[in-house]
Design a protein around this ligand. Structure first.
Ligand code: KE4
Length: 430
């Protein structure tokens, strides 16, 4: 498989854009080789500048649950564009999408749209601090909540990939209010509450996807909820990635634990830039212009992005079984790859939540970031490159999650499993 055109494109990009990419994890740094430059997506496939086609298991890091160029979403965007790109004024589309989003979750009465997950989480943290009058926050090592200063502490995703989970450029004064706990370890959270009586919120990915896929234990979340209630602290579920990917009604619908604030992104924009944060009315009443907590955005609620989000979520609402169908396919994929690996003496830990799947080359189950970091990164890199050469596009970091879209057929799943056996054979000279 030639990638000469990608190599050339990457060289030029690097002369003008730091690392040649506009988001670090895309640089393929942890898996080696050159990132493939994409010319188009169609259904389950990506095509690169060399004309190579790949089955896409990244789907723009989650948004494209219906695959590339979904007809319904594309039609809605084209129709919206005919009426203008942006007004900086309220539109009915924003209200319509807000109604749809709120309707999916018991935990929220109101929602505010922004243009990225980072903005959603940054705003949610400020809202929690404003509502409680407290300054400290608790996050979990390995969880990634976007790149706002307070949260770039032991973060996952690209930050973990590059080994700078606590980024330079963030003043200690900013992060001194950020306390760290260990995922799935309630004692570590209790220690935070012993160390600080000023905790505004605990933020967690209830289904973590940024240290690889590591769902929180149900009982852990229940204990977390209890601790927050005992201390007057707000619980924030960051479901920017897992929202509408693991389930249509949030982690709350499968764990029975309701957050005070919920953040969303990715799928709710259908591939266009949309983030959102929501909460019960008394918390959202603190938000400007109703309340004193300021938050704003030029392109927040952009009508074209709203049209894409409305099309995507309406389609999900009309096809409620879609997550269950995608979960079956995801389970078949990871079980098939696990068996392929095992036949070549390789142990693969796998997990699935709805249309999200994860795997680690690790002898032990992965329950937190330290476990994830103990996985065989070298073997992951070889697997990623091998599968890429077979025409399968997996996330280019072991600290990411894979996704199944409705465009990925059963046949593609079987082909991927066969390709994985070929790759494991080559890796082990089996
Ligand atoms: P964005 O600002 O990238 O839209 O969202 C930040 C964010 C917040 N919360 C969670 C749980 C997230 O997963 C993300 C972003 N996810 C990464 C992928 N792991 C985005 C990919 C990238 O950084 O390029």
């Amino acid at each position: 498989m030639s990638r000469d055109a990608s190599i050339k494109a990457f060289e030029e990009a690097q002369s003008l854009i730091p690392g040649g990419v506009n988001s670090p994890v895309r640089a393929f740094k942890s898996v080696g080789g050159v990132p493939v430059f994409i010319t188009e997506g169609e259904g389950a496939y990506l095509t690169d500048v060399d004309g190579n086609k790949y089955v896409d298991f990244v789907q723009s890091w989650g948004p494209l649950i219906f695959g590339h160029r979904d007809e319904t979403i594309e039609k809605a965007v084209i129709e919206a564009v005919k009426h203008g790109l942006s007004f900086g004024a309220p539109t009915q589309a924003e209200t319509d999408l807000a109604k749809l989003v709120v309707g999916f979750f018991d935990s929220i009465d109101k929602v505010r749209f922004v243009s990225s997950g980072t903005e959603a989480v940054m705003s949610a943290i400020r809202l929690a601090r404003g509502f409680t009058g407290r300054d400290d926050i608790v996050k979990f090592t390995g969880c990634y909540h976007g790149h706002s200063d307070s949260l770039l502490v032991e973060a996952g995703s690209g930050a973990a990939t590059f080994g700078n989970p606590s980024s330079p450029g963030v003043p200690a004064d900013f992060t001194k209010h950020t306390l760290l706990a260990t995922y799935n370890d309630i004692q570590s959270v209790k220690k935070c509450f012993a160390d600080s009586k000023d905790i505004a919120c605990v933020i967690i990915e209830p289904i973590a996807g940024n240290m690889g896929l590591v769902p929180a234990d149900k009982e852990f979340l229940h204990e977390l909820r209890k601790l927050c209630d005992e201390n007057g602290t707000l619980l924030i579920f960051d479901e920017v990635m897992s929202g509408f990917r693991a389930t249509l009604h949030g982690a709350e619908s499968i764990t029975g634990v309701k957050p005070d604030i919920l953040t969303l992104g990715k799928v709710i924009g259908g591939g266009m830039p949309v983030g959102a944060f929501g909460a019960r009315a008394e918390i959202m009443a603190m938000l400007s212009p109703d309340g004193p907590v300021y938050q704003a955005g030029t392109l927040s609620g952009n009508p074209v992005a709203m049209a894409a989000g409305l099309a995507a979520l309406t389609k999900l609402k009309q096809n409620a079984r879609v997550i269950a169908v995608l979960e079956e396919r995801a389970k078949r994929l990871v079980e098939g790859m696990r068996k392929s690996a095992s036949s070549y003496g390789i142990t693969m830990q796998t997990d699935v939540r709805g249309s999200m799947f994860g795997f680690f080359f690790n002898e032990k189950p992965v329950k937190n970031f330290a476990d994830a970091a103990n996985s065989d990164a070298e073997l992951f890199a070889k697997f990623h490159s091998g599968m890429l050469n077979e025409g399968y596009y997996f996330a280019c970091s072991l600290y990411e999650t894979g996704f199944i879209s409705t465009a990925v057929t059963d046949e593609m799943i079987e082909d991927t499993i066969r390709a994985s056996a070929k790759v494991f054979k080559a890796i082990t000279n089996g």
